[in-house]
Design a protein around this ligand. Sequence first.
Ligand SMILES: Nc1nc2c(ncn2[C@@H]2O[C@H](COP(=O)(O)OP(=O)(O)OP(=O)(O)O)[C@@H](O)[C@H]2O)c(=O)[nH]1
Ligand SMILES: [Mg+2]
Length: 396
Amino acid sequence: MSRTSAGSKHPVAAVLTPRGRGAIATIAVAGEPERLAEIPFRAVRGGGLEDLPVDRVAFGRWGHDVGEDVVVCRTGTQRFEIHCHGGPAAVERIVQDLRRCGVEAVEPFGFVRVTEGVVAAALAKAQAGARSLWTATMVVRQRDVWRSTVDRWRERLQDGSTQGATRARRRNPVATDEKWEQWRAEIAGILHWSEWARHLTEPFEVVVTGPPNAGKSSLVNRLLGYQRAIVYDRPGTTRDVVTGETVLHGWPVRFSDTAGVRPTDDVLEREGIRRALAAARRADLVLWLDDRTQPPVRLADWKDVVAGALVVDHKADQPRHPAWGHEEVAGVAVSSRTGEGIDALARRVVDRLVPAHPSAEQPLPLTRELTAWLRELDDALQRHRAEQVAAVLREA
Ligand SMILES: Nc1nc2c(ncn2[C@@H]2O[C@H](COP(=O)(O)OP(=O)(O)OP(=O)(O)O)[C@@H](O)[C@H]2O)c(=O)[nH]1
Ligand SMILES: [Mg+2]
């Protein structure tokens, strides 16, 4: 999966330590050594970077006039690390000097992409972004899945029918086309899981709506496990969209608590309801809360939202208002006061958000960059360009 040549066509650098003040910052550089010869580093013992053997650490000065104390480690023939004072000015100065020497500054995952390939970068990024132990485990398992997939794809490219595609097509056009179409179908099968894989690192958006005083804030607090939103026994307590993130059955979920929905002339309240509707229309899932202690509320503007929503029959600890007809009761019975039905609701939420699961061997498009790369590969396959396919595969 990783590149055979550790270096890139052009040198790149990335600040590996987080932004902001710190005792020490680390800047990693990878690239062709001759381009790096102009770098303004002098070791205390004498000599520049080009004189430094691999795996040797050198203390020295960076810059021509007023130098900066640095420790430089050559980590490979085309790799080194600069450890400098952690202040933003010192880091910026070194990055600027590197730029002047033709080194491109990239973010850390961009650095991994250039030095180790697109798959390694996607795995690193997805692992850093995983919100739960379960999602992190899923990502770690992808390491072997992707390794074997890329190995298999490389072998496929090397076998005569794809490498010598043009010749092979002349000999047996049908067989070659079939092979490439099979490959494209496999890529389509991976891209099918884009949304699923996106949520290994990005939360699902679940919007909690319903009439005023139905217990929306109470339910969101229950689901989050802490008092995120204000609960009060008067309708109209929540006026804006309040969000909080949690993990349900391993999946990251962001809940949005919204203003209660009812016909009103109050300008502020109307704005809150407008925002609630906009949030509901964007959501991955809407929870509509019925307050069973009050008569049913159904509003024309909200008809489509309620139709697609997971309905909650809320305040299940209380007797039902007599205005409820038998056929109108549709939701999962939940009480935010006693906790009854909360676990069942969490399960229903996850089942609605994630109705299907890929097999354990399924490679997943873990990041947008990996998805874009798969599309590039697919494009090269569609055009039957063996050299282009090989070039894209080299980036893996
Ligand atoms: N009996 C009972 N009361 C509840 C339950 N959940 C909330 N309540 C009460 O209902 C009232 C309103 O609760 P909130 O959570 O503020 O309701 P809301 O839907 O966010 O209200 P608005 O923000 O005003 O739209 C409070 O007095 C809560 O204590 C429940 O499960 N059972
Ligand atoms: Mg509220």
